[in-house]
Design a protein. Structure first.
Length: 333
């Protein structure tokens, strides 16, 4: 779940001796402090865990089996998890930060997002070690959930002493928005928000466009769904990546997808109303006729009629004056 920042605003009572302005310097002082030092994974990289992961994810890539097997890169965090018993090498800094936030009224927590960077493959037998640091604490932010602070932790993960990847994990420690408030005041605020939304229609968040995926979005502007194709082994890949997962070649060209596909998996989003979105709606992993998969919205059918295996067809949805997105139209028939 992602808690989207709207604005800085007044927070809860920050506890004895601390106003809101006084609290943030105390929180910011935790930046750079170690959250875990010389941590050690409870298990070496091993084939059974790789097999279980691949079965759960439905990933049959041959690189993850056989005598030269590597672990799926997205397993990076799995090797560092402490399980129910936790890790003994965790520092006190993280707990101290939580005590300070809890004391200021930010007693709820939600995970918002994570980022991973892969630097070398992990292979069975590798001993996993890690160090973690509190990388940043945001100023006070007001979100749909409530007011609080975003805390980002960076973990550097090593395999047999060599840096293998970096994992950033971000949470929001917040005070839930008031629920038991005066009904008339709540209705007045709701009417004011409705008027504000009527004046300026909310825009959907912009996709992240960078040098690795610029060509894909250029294709979308021309109503073409482009798939990368390795110039060496001809393997197709999606989403767009700098190099080939199969042979590591950095050269590539593109093929245009026919637009035909089927629903491989899906979820129905029921999150609270959010500007530019109107839940509930279906988000699916679509398997294209070319064999690659992509995530997109399903249109043309009610959200409760979407089914695994449903045929879908590509179309382009204009969501505002600047943005068009590839989506897939389903058919109940």
């Amino acid at each position: 779940m992602t808690a989207t920042t709207q604005s800085e605003g007044p927070g809860p009572d920050t506890g004895p001796g601390h106003t809101g302005d006084e609290l943030y310097p105390l929180l910011k002082a935790f930046e750079g402090r170690a959250a875990a030092t010389s941590g050690r994974g409870k298990d070496a990289v091993n084939e059974p865990m790789i097999r279980h992961w691949c079965e759960a994810m439905g990933d049959t890539h041959p690189a993850y089996t056989g005598p030269d097997a590597i672990a799926p890169p997205t397993m990076l965090q799995a090797w560092t998890m402490g399980g129910l018993s936790g890790h003994t090498d965790r520092s006190s800094a993280y707990d101290e930060l939580f005590v300070l936030l809890d004391g200021a009224g930010y007693t709820s927590v939600v995970a918002t997002d994570c980022e991973q960077e892969y630097l070398r493959p992990l292979r069975p037998g590798n001993a996993v070690t890690f160090d973690a640091v509190i990388e940043s604490v945001s100023p006070r932010k007001t979100t749909k959930l409530g007011t609080g602070h975003f805390v980002t932790t960076r973990m550097d993960i090593r395999a047999d002493g060599e840096l293998a990847g970096t994992h950033r994990f971000r949470i929001l420690k917040y005070a839930p928005a008031p629920r038991a408030e005066d009904r008339a005041q709540a209705e007045d605020r709701a009417r004011a928000e409705d008027r504000a939304q009527a004046k300026a229609k909310a825009r959907r968040p912009r996709p992240v466009v960078n040098r690795d995926n610029q060509g894909f979005w250029d294709g979308v502007q021309d109503h073409r769904l482009l798939i990368q194709r390795c110039a060496s082994c001809a393997a197709l890949r999606f989403p767009w990546l700098p190099g080939c997962n199969d042979c590591a070649c950095l050269d590539w060209d593109t093929v245009e997808a026919s637009g035909a596909g089927t629903v491989f998996s899906y979820v129905v989003m029921h999150h609270p109303p959010f500007p530019a979105f109107d839940p509930p709606y279906a988000v699916a992993v679509v398997e294209l006729a070319e064999g690659v998969r992509m995530v997109s919205n399903i249109t043309g059918v009610p959200y409760d009629k979407v089914r695994i295996g449903m045929p879908v067809q590509l179309e382009f949805l204009r969501v505002d004056e600047e943005l068009e997105l590839p989506v897939f139209r389903g058919s109940e028939a």
